[in-house]
Structure formats: structure tokens, C-alpha cells
Ligand binder design. Structure first.
Ligand SMILES: [Zn+2]
Length: 222
């Protein structure tokens, strides 16, 4: 009580002027804004946007500044993640049908780091012919998957601290639009095929933990 009274007195004696408060606030906000062009962060499980069916992007909107800036934010956030290999728009709070896959160099490095951690052998052949830039897939459709499914290690930037075993097809083909609004098709096997399936699920409100045959905490040893 004594302390409270003392605080009240001090406030009464030295009332903060609005202009002083604003100056104090403006500087750090401006600094943050200029330091990092996005105020977004990766949405975590429990947020309804991850459970919504994402909407298609009208084709005439693909080159718009809004869509371009969302893609830029997705690339920026993905780039900050040591083990991030792809990100879907709902993960940055936008219920839109698109995802970004990291360029192959980053993909290779992150993939081999993960493999080494688990004491498995790296397999670079799986990455041949993949682009080196981050690639946006807009309004993607999974047009083909191979029949048999195998359990694969999977994690998600929206489910921190966990990983699981998820049955996925070994091969998958996606048809989508790129950032220039051009239609393209990409067939993949192995890791990229699993990424396609994981990201397509995000657009339908599905997380890997829904499909996993087992889920572990990061600290758990298999
Ligand atoms: Zn994910």
C-alpha cells in the first residue's frame, strides 16, 4: 500500500505529457518496422486460420501488390527458419491457396542437417533439377500421387517442438500458377513430394498431426 501511494504521488507530481509518450513509442516502432518489413509471425496450432479451407486467388490478383507482399512475407519468415523448407499462406494468417517452397540450396542444406541429426545418409539425387530460388505455388492442385504410401518424418512450423511419422506417397505432381501468373506443372519424388502433400493439406485446414501414425516431442529419441 505504501508503495502504491508513493507511485500515485509521483505520477501526480509529474504527469506524462502525451507528446512525450508518443515520441517514446514512435522510435522503437519505427526501428522495428525498418529493421523488418513484416510484422507477421508464423501462426501456431489452435488458430482457426489453420483449420479453414483456404480460398483461391483470382487470377487477375496474382501480380497485385497485396499478393506480392504476402509472398514476400512468406519468403522472409521461411528464410528465418533453420529447418523450414516450405510455408503455406494460412501459416502467415492468410486463408489463401498458395505456398512457397525454399530454393534447392537451402532445401539441401536443411535436409542433410536433419538427416545427419538422425544418423541417416544424405541423398542429394532427390534434389536434382529443382530450382534454386524460393518458388511460389499459387492455386495449386495435386494432380497425381503414386499409390503406395510410406511413413515419413515430418514437422511443421505451426506445430513447434514436435515431429511425427506420416504416411505419404513417394511421388506427387502439382499444377499451379507462379508469381508471374504462368501455369506450370512440377512432378517430384522423395522429400519434395512429401512437402507438396504437407502444404496441400495446409490449404484444406489439415495439419500433419491429424494424419500422423505417431507424434513425438523434439526432445524424444526415437
Ligand atoms: Zn506445416
Amino acid at each position: 500500500m505504501v508503495q502504491e501511494t508513493a507511485v500515485c504521488r509521483r505520477v501526480k507530481r509529474q504527469p506524462a505529457r502525451a507528446s512525450t509518450v508518443l515520441r517514446g513509442l514512435a522510435l522503437p516502432f519505427f526501428w522495428l518496422y525498418s529493421y523488418d518489413s513484416t510484422m507477421r509471425s508464423i501462426v501456431q496450432t489452435g488458430d482457426p486460420v489453420l483449420r479453414a479451407i483456404a480460398k483461391e486467388i483470382p487470377l487477375d490478383q496474382i501480380g497485385s501488390s497485396r499478393i506480392r507482399s504476402i509472398i514476400a512475407d512468406m519468403k522472409l519468415l521461411l528464410g528465418k527458419e533453420e529447418f523450414g523448407v516450405a510455408i503455406a499462406a494460412p501459416q502467415v494468417g492468410e486463408s489463401l491457396r498458395m505456398f512457397v517452397v525454399a530454393g534447392s540450396a537451402a532445401l539441401k542444406r536443411k535436409y542433410s542437417e536433419k538427416k545427419r541429426e538422425k544418423g541417416e545418409t544424405e541423398d542429394y539425387e532427390k534434389f536434382e533439377g529443382h530450382p534454386t530460388d524460393d518458388e511460389a505455388y499459387i492455386n495449386p492442385i495435386l494432380i497425381k500421387t503414386s499409390r503406395g504410401k510410406k511413413d515419413k518424418h515430418e514437422g511443421c512450423l505451426s506445430v513447434r517442438g514436435k515431429w511425427g511419422e506420416v504416411p505419404r506417397a513417394e511421388k506427387a505432381t502439382v499444377r499451379a500458377y507462379n508469381e508471374r501468373g504462368e501455369k506450370f506443372e512440377r512432378g517430384a519424388s522423395g522429400f519434395l513430394a512429401h512437402i507438396f502433400q504437407h502444404e496441400m493439406d495446409h490449404l484444406d485446414g489439415i495439419l500433419y498431426i491429424d494424419k500422423a501414425t505417431s507424434v513425438y516431442d523434439d526432445a524424444d529419441k526415437k
